[in-house]
Write a protein that binds this ligand. Structure first.
Ligand code: HEC
Ligand code: HEC
Length: 353
């Protein structure tokens, strides 16, 4: 009897399984792991540094045009140098050279600062001689040592390219292109080059696990040593002019005199715009003369000449580790496709006069 029942049972199982089209493996339901409720992050207050917020795009068509101009080497006499040559957006918005190389391999006088987050600067250039990004953008195009063009030639070149004529018309509702439109569009693009979501910003927003012990120790030391007297705010810089060599003179072969060049006030001699420390890991070499090849060297010099402090190797490493947490999301976009030149577009002059 027992065997009989067993057989019936087996047949029944067989029948059941052969009837159902898709045999479902029998699984014992496992209770879903209980997800801990996401902790409500409490943003830190009272810190001398604040997080970067992503930039809302105001006029997408103008930004797109500005991006094209930023990448267009035809804005230079050589037809070879674009804004991106010296502010390479694949390299933290700088060129990673001691000083930039311009028209006809001309060695530039000064290190190229990053264009990332430059909209936060109180003024543009190391000495602040341009009041904003729009005013700044006209500079390099006509600078003989940079793009070596003139504004008239640049506008004429753009006017000869039907693709640009159409796009400027769409953006500026005007029949003719002028330099004001060119610099407005470039500035609009540059305003979008902000870098949110750095590890340090996550910590500022309340994520206790965002920083390692060393990085946090570096930040504490950065504050307690007095670095934040000059490197503070959202950009950790960009908001004041300060003497390079506040405690001990800085020795440089570079002839730049800093803010004095603009104000002619002796008190401004050797004052430079405090550079942002956002993405500083990417923007080596450091200082206006590009004399510090590494972050560790820059921190050592800053400690000595700005604060009269000598850091131990461990302290230096911690500060460097902290500085590396300031690298945010780099700009992400499609490479712009530039409208082709026309038969009337003047030929580039990479060599010759
Ligand atoms: C040949 C290299 C070169 C080219 C090309 C160039 N730049 Fe620069 N840029 C520099 C250098 C060097 C500086 C710093 C000059 C100074 O402070 O005296 C600078 C400064 C700047 C600054 C100021 C940043 C700050 O923190 O003060 C911005 C913004 C900028 N450039 C944007 C542009 C744009 C836009 C273009 C294209 C129209 C452009 N650059 C073309 C080398 C270049
Ligand atoms: C008195 C103001 C002041 C203090 C304090 C100060 N800095 Fe600076 N920092 C500057 C100025 C100004 C520059 C640019 C100087 C130049 O290139 O001529 C600079 C440049 C830097 C740079 C190079 C950035 C670049 O892109 O070239 C780093 C890194 C830096 N500082 C880190 C620090 C650290 C770390 C401390 C604390 C140990 C500190 N700074 C303290 C004013 C200050």
């Amino acid at each position: 009897m027992k065997l009989h029942t067993l057989l019936i049972g087996l047949v029944a199982v067989g029948v059941l399984t052969s009837c159902s089209k898709k045999p479902e493996p029998k699984v014992t339901p496992v209770p879903a792991p209980v997800q801990p409720a996401a902790p409500v992050l409490q943003p830190r207050t009272g810190e001398p540094v604040q997080p970067v917020t992503a930039q809302a795009v105001k006029d997408a068509a103008m930004v797109e045009l500005g991006k094209k101009l930023f990448f267009d080497p035809r804005l230079s006499k050589s037809g070879f140098i674009s804004c991106n040559s010296c502010h390479n957006l694949s390299m933290g918005g700088s060129d990673n050279l001691k000083s930039s190389i311009g028209h006809k391999w001309h060695q530039g006088p000064i290190n190229s600062p990053t264009v990332l987050n430059s909209s936060m600067n109180l003024a543009q250039f190391w000495d602040g001689r341009a009041k904003d990004l729009k005013e700044q953008a006209g500079g390099p195009i006509s600078n003989p040592g940079e793009m070596s063009f003139t504004h008239e030639l640049a506008v004429g070149m753009l006017q000869s390219i039907p693709g640009y004529v159409e796009e400027f018309k769409k953006v500026f509702k005007s029949e003719t292109i002028d330099i004001d439109q060119v610099t407005s569009a470039i500035a609009a693009f540059e305003e979008t080059l902000v870098t949110p979501n750095a590890k340090f910003d996550k910590w500022l927003q309340g994520d206790d696990n965002a920083l390692t012990k060393e990085e946090l120790a570096g930040y504490e030391l950065f504050k307690s040593s007095g670095c934040t007297a000059c490197h503070n705010g959202v950009a950790l810089g960009g908001n004041s002019f300060q003497k390079m060599g506040a405690v001990e003179p800085y020795k440089s072969k570079n002839p730049a005199v800093g803010r004095f060049a603009v104000t002619k006030d002796n008190a401004d001699r050797f004052k430079f715009k405090v550079p942002t420390l956002r993405n500083v890991e990417l923007t080596y070499p450091y200082f206006h003369d590009g004399a510090a090849p590494t972050l560790s060297k820059a921190v050592e010099i800053m400690g000595q000449i700005q604060l009269g402090k000598t850091f131990t190797p461990e302290e230096n490493a911690n500060i460097v580790a902290f500085l590396k947490t300031l690298t945010g999301d780099q700009p992400k976009f499609e490479l712009p496709q530039l409208p082709p030149s026309s038969d009337t577009t003047p030929a580039p002059q990479p060599f010759g006069k």
